[in-house]
Design a protein around this ligand. Structure first.
Ligand code: 6PG
Length: 627
């Protein structure tokens, strides 16, 4: 990765001399910031007046533009006093991940002595003193003691810049390995760590490195201290370990080796509340924590996943160029990775992503069951799903099509799979979060509970004997109606998923951008689809997709088919919980006067919980004696 190396420090610290030698040594172009002052600044300085922050603004922006332009083709060395943090913020705007700071520091006495020894330079001691007064020491910089010899200084900077790795990957499971290869394929210098466990996990990183030519420059470790020390500061360490307690153990193992302002990125499916706790904990230690959803499975991680990072924006900016480069790209070439928001918001939206994923999977399972009941064999189902890709394309429909084609011997593989669906917990969390936030994510819970029902295989077999089921040869459904029901339910699914995100955003004051979230889900992730692409536009004008006229029309147009399909399935004992919930939900959310009046009356009857009246808008509570 190209780098803009800014050499900073007070006047007399030797910035220009060192900058020139460093640039020469590294064969990077050299720029002296002072050469870029506008004439008006030069005139002011020549008249002996000091520049104020307003004078500096445009000049710093010019240097930022210069750095950005250079970074497109190569690295560069730029010398600039940059004494205040806000100056450095301007200099590194939009390139903070590619910016390196070298701070030449010494005491007032050392530097004043240097200045007075220079024949061509005079500076009153008050002026130098005022520079020391305004100097805000950079937190993220290679600190250089000016007492070192020039060659020692160059060696130290070179070591930090060139030899150490830019990014660390901790945990070489399937996803971790793919991300390492992705980073290396994109030219990043990486360090990779996997623990050593006698007889079980031995030389994992070393063997992995040997396996892939793109990792020839990568460094492999099974020793935490050596791994951490191989990374440039502030360190960026991405954890790809099992979500849950393991993350906390890993954090504790890492902490003694880390320095202030290092950044830990959790790329696993962690619980968003845990992410907030970890974020708060690490803040007390001066360490930044980015909770980041990563979607796309093994292949996505290798070729470009969708990445959903959250936490400190500053810390994100520092890691952004890595994450955005390795992410998938949307149809306009923009990264499917964006700063989502504060705290655990990235993990929250990844959790909801998985909830939507559960439903999309369940719907495809249900429609294929209906197609089978209509007499289609797996090959036919694949053909049907393939034709649907014209109007309802998604990654999940593509893989489901392929699944129904796959044969093992003379039989279809899918028919040999035990009908018990597993889960790793994110659908469970989405359902819990919905309940906690009071959001009716009925499709997500129904998809989750369908997996749970499937798990009761023995009981299903037993009860199957006790209850008669209808022979569904009477099924009166057209294939096109199944497609419409499927599309109908998908819109309700996306409505519910984004509703949950919108409500969480309000409750936690995350200020999430739904259109951006939909955009980073248009590629790389499991729920990418043409519908998601439409939603990017829809969310530019609303946070509720069922207020969009086009979608209202589509839902209204498909609703009769959805009703017919679901009712036919109910009459013929075909289980379609997610399709059914979609119908029920739309009924509920569009009902003018719901049956909740009865519930309120019952609550008041047995528990004096009170109720409000339609003929009194004041919000007053009433209690009646119902007997
Ligand atoms: C993704 C997937 C990924 C993983 C889930 C599956 O976006 O890449 O969602 O995170 O496949 O953990 O979850 P279940 O095991 O719960 O189905």
């Amino acid at each position: 990765m190209n780098q803009a190396i800014f050499i900073m420090g007070v006047s007399g610290s030797g910035k220009s001399t060192l900058g020139k030698s460093l640039a020469k040594e590294l064969t990077f172009p050299f720029f002296d910031g002072d050469d870029f002052h506008p004439e008006i600044n030069v005139a002011k300085m020549s008249s002996g007046k000091a520049l104020d922050d307003d004078d500096r603004q445009g000049w710093l922006e010019t240097l930022n533009e210069l750095a950005k332009k250079q970074l497109k083709t190569n690295s560069c060395v730029i010398v600039c006093s940059a004494l205040k943090q806000k100056y450095r913020d301007i200099l590194s705007q939009n390139i903070s991940g590619e910016t390196k700071w070298v701070h030449l520091s010494g005491t007032f006495e050392q530097i004043y002595e240097r200045i007075t020894n220079r024949s061509d330079h005079f500076m009153p001691s008050e002026l130098l003193k005022s520079q020391f007064d305004i100097l805000e020491k950079p937190k993220r910089a290679i600190q250089i003691d000016i007492c070192l010899r020039p060659e020692q200084i160059i060696k130290k900077i070179k070591n930090e810049l060139m030899i150490t790795s830019e990014f660390g990957l901790f945990g070489l499971g399937v996803m971790g390995k793919s991300l390492c290869r992705n980073l290396a394929n994109n030219g990043f210098k990486i360090s990779m760590f996997n623990r050593h466990v006698d007889d079980f996990e031995v030389d994992i990183a070393k063997n992995f490195k040997a396996q892939y030519p793109e990792l020839s420059e990568a460094k492999a470790f099974d020793d935490i201290s050596r791994f951490v020390n191989s990374l440039q500061q502030p360190r960026r360490i991405m954890l790809m370990v099992n979500a849950g307690k393991t993350i906390d153990y890993v954090i504790e193992d890492l902490l003694p080796h880390l320095s202030k302002n290092d950044i830990i990125i959790d790329g696993g499916n962690s619980n968003y509340k845990k992410t907030k706790e970890r974020y708060d904990y690490l803040k007390t230690k001066g360490i930044h924590f980015i909770g980041s959803g990563v979607s796309g499975g093994e292949e996505g991680a290798l070729k470009g996943p969708s990445i959903m990072p959250s936490g400190d924006k500053d810390a994100y900016d520092n890691a952004a160029s890595f994450l955005e480069t390795i992410s998938a790209k949307d149809k306009n070439g923009l990264p499917c990775c964006t700063y989502v928001g504060p705290e655990g918001s990235g993990q929250f939206i990844k959790m909801v992503h998985n909830g939507i994923e559960y439903v999309e999977m369940q719907l495809l399972a249900e429609v294929s069951t209906i197609l089978e009941a209509l007499g289609q064999y797996p090959d036919d189902i694949a053909n049907t799903l393939e034709t649907w890709q014209d109007s309802a394309n998604s990654y999940l429909i593509e893989i489901t099509t392929a699944i129904f084609r796959k044969k093992e011997g003379n039989d279809w593989l899918v028919k040999k799979i035990l009908d018990k669906a597993g889960n790793k917990g994110t659908g469970n969390w989405t359902t819990i979060a919905s309940a906690e936030l009071g959001v009716p994510s009925t499709l997500i819970s129904s998809a989750l509970f369908s997996r749970y029902i499937s798990f009761y295989k023995d009981e299903r077999l037993q009860l199957n004997k006790s209850f008669e089921t209808i022979n569904n040869s009477e099924l009166d459904i057209e294939i096109d109606e199944v497609l419409k029901a499927y599309q109908f339910a998908r819109i309700i699914n996306h409505y519910q998923g984004f509703k949950l995100i919108a409500e969480a955003s309000n409750k936690f004051e995350w200020n999430l951008n739904l259109s951006e979230i939909a955009r980073i889900w248009t590629n790389g992730c499991i729920i990418r689809s043409t519908l998601m692409e439409e939603l990017v536009e829809v969310f530019k004008n609303t946070t509720n997709i069922l207020t969009n006229q086009q979608l209202i029309d589509v839902v209204s147009q498909y609703r009769p088919a959805a009703k017919k399909v679901v009712s036919q399935c109910v009459l013929n004992d075909i289980t379609v919980p997610a399709l059914g919930e979609a119908i029920q939900f739309l009924n509920g959310i569009t009902t003018k006067y719901a049956s909740a009046n009865v519930i309120q009356a019952q609550r008041d009857y047995f528990g004096a919980h009170t109720y409000q009246r339609l003929d009194d808008n004041s919000g007053k509570s009433y209690h009646s004696n119902w007997e």
